[in-house]
Design a protein around this ligand. Sequence first.
Ligand SMILES: *Cc1c(COP(=O)(O)O)cnc(C)c1O
Length: 453
Amino acid sequence: MHSYTPEDDRTARALLAYCLARMANDQPLDRPLRPEELEALAGGSITAAGVGGTEALRLWTEVLGPACLSVDHRRYLSFIPNAPTKAATYFDMLVAASNVYGGSWLEGSGAVYAENQALRWLADLAGLPPESGGCFVQGGTIGNLSALVAAREAALHRRGGRRPDRWAVCVTAETHSSVKHALRVVMDVDVLEVDGDTRGRLCGAALRARVAALPGSVRDGIFAVVATAGTTNLGVVDDIAGIADVAAEQGWWLHVDGAYGGAGLAAPSVRRLFAGVERADSFIVDPHKWLFAPFDSCALIYRDPVQARAAHTQHAGYLDPVTVAGEWNPSDFALHLTRRARGLPFWFSLAVYGTDAYRAALEQTLTVARAGADLIRRAPHLDLLVEPDLTVLIFERTGWGAEDYAAWSARLLREQVAFVTPTRHRHRVCTRLAIVNPLTTVDDLALILDSMR
Ligand SMILES: *Cc1c(COP(=O)(O)O)cnc(C)c1O
């Protein structure tokens, strides 16, 4: 198992050929199978003697792989899709083969240095100061949680260790479920929902009014506000500058969740929507969403990394050689220790293609989304529910109920046309298209919209 045999060489070459072919050719959407179907086709794969490389690889290429949806298909428009660049994809293979330990500078300095360059590009786009920095984590969920933990530690420190009755954080109805889950379930922090405007946007004025109306004892426990730069369901950017004003007045930490939309910082046509992000205490963006990196990768950046370090550095006798030197250890900035260097595919792709190519690819998706919004506005059978800021289009088919959407969505997947799922907005079932793939065309959207007639 640990020496490289001719059989390993055969399997590895076959595997590599499969990977290259997948990258070079359009993929089918594929479909989920039921457990019984998978059991019949791929059950019993783990045996005492082993089935061998050829057979195990066949199980993947013929059965298990096709039972996973191709998230990078250009008509996969559900949730937030993923459309990695070719260079990011093949570099991810190298990351696996190199087996870098990405948790500490001592063990992974070259990887951490490269990742930090990618973080720097993002921090500069956001207008964060030169000393800002952080690390790559698994996804927005861990990024948001890590930032909010740092925020609470900073508040506790500022208050001289005095805890309120209840800690609390201000959010809005459209704030991502991962933020609310982190606060309620993981951190045991109260979630104060502030009403959004007609597009669900959290605005400074509403936040100020809501907080002024709270009892002093509740207000005392608020330590942060979360602004969303691109809500997941609606693709709308909150009033970050207005929220930053309130955060400054109240002495709160401002966390900006740009897991999906933060990529728009690199797109000149929408950059103005992010005004105020330069005042964030922490900011996240997922390169695995709209920045063309493979799963999984979230960039987590702190205005003042010293505060994050104070919250996250783990202490143990055997870790001292790592933690005492003051070097840049990704493990000091989030809830993790061992870490895949998951920012490397993004770094490599940025280095290969250059940032202009990213700007062009982002603008391409925005152009297609705008054309898609026009198609919806003009279609008599469709209603655009929210004016889009970015590349999410949420709309209704007039006269349809939940079963109609479900049947239509299932048919599109069964016929391998597209993957589009229903969603809810203001308690009503509707649907949405999330466009992050530069290969998606206006014709692709037209095909899907026509299928709703
Ligand atoms: C996707 C998303 C998250 C969660 O990110 P994961 O990478 O899935 O953990 C958080 N916030 C927003 C706004 C998102 O769109």
